[in-house]
Design a protein around this ligand. Structure first.
Ligand SMILES: [Zn+2]
Length: 286
């Protein structure tokens, strides 16, 4: 059973039976998401850096191969864990309808699994190496967003899959962690990788906008994720659209991004307004 959800209605308090309190394995596996990854990544990366510090050709090759194997293994493990602990979107009709809408508007043919994880987190992400790849949406996000806003988020994550960002990330996610004994190499690789990640976010935002079909809702989602759902819901986006049509993000704001994997919200809104008014988005309500 789910909560009826017409467009514009908040998807709230849908029952997620797999996550009833005390649900042993499911709760244990789904709640501390990220902690295991972080601990394992730190441990293995430290071992790889030590192994690579000898800087021999053989050492470098071993570290690169181990790094790819490790990252690939992490992707497989995360997918395995999702299958066992998360709720498939098919079991929540409101979310399933949004997934199908995104799939249709983006022309997605490959199978993509969408999972719901019960945690009060305003987040979603895509993970995978090859089809079927997975998208994870937290219940905190489902409760905070309405139908169109959730379509923007799920479409954004589908964009990451469509543009093969998830595959590239799976292959290169260890960049910057292996220095091979070369001073500053880690920083250099990290800046390049972060730059690519920020550009990838802009691309995925375009997919989100197409999937959602409403510029106003794409911007309201960015606001809610940026300043919180309550304050974001109080903001009128019409003046924001006018502002970004007449202005661009300044260099100073862009420089704030250099050490970040995600662009600042202003830059994302600016780019989406530009894209919306370029006429490239079919059936877009602006
Ligand atoms: Zn993204």
């Amino acid at each position: 059973m789910g909560v009826a959800c017409a467009k514009g209605t908040v998807l709230a308090a849908a029952p997620y039976p797999a996550y009833a309190s005390g649900d042993g394995l499911a709760c244990h596996l789904s709640l501390p998401d990220g902690d295991h990854d972080l601990a394992t990544t730190l441990a293995v990366s430290t071992a790889l850096i030590i192994a690579g510090s000898s800087f021999t050709v053989g050492g470098v090759a071993i570290v690169v191969i181990l790094g790819f194997l490790f990252t690939y293994g992490m992707v497989l493990w995360r997918n395995w864990r999702l299958k066992r602990s998360a709720l498939p979107s098919e079991e929540v009709p409101e979310v399933h309808a949004i997934v199908e809408q995104c799939r249709s508007r983006l022309g997605v043919r490959d199978p993509i699994r969408v999972y719901i994880v019960n945690a009060p987190v305003l987040n979603a992400y895509a993970v995978g190496f090859r089809a079927p790849q997975s998208i994870v949406v937290y219940t905190g996000l489902i409760r905070a967003l309405d139908h169109d806003e959730l379509a923007y988020v799920i479409g954004h994550e589908m964009g990451h899959v469509l543009f093969r960002h998830t595959t590239i990330h799976a292959l290169t996610g260890q960049l910057g962690l292996h220095t091979f004994g070369i001073p500053l190499l880690g920083y250099f690789l990290r800046y390049i990788f972060y730059f690519w990640m920020r550009v990838a976010e802009f691309s995925a935002d375009r997919a989100g906008l197409i999937a959602c079909g409403k510029l106003e809702k794409a911007l309201s989602t960015q606001l809610k994720l940026s300043v919180g759902p309550e304050r974001g819901a109080q903001v009128d986006v019409a003046p924001i659209i006018r502002h970004w049509r007449e202005n661009d993000v300044g260099v100073a704001d862009q420089l704030k991004d250099v050490l970040s994997t995600h662009p600042v919200a202003q830059a994302r809104m600016d780019k989406m307004v530009d894209f919306a008014y370029s006429g490239a988005v079919p059936d877009l309500a602006t």
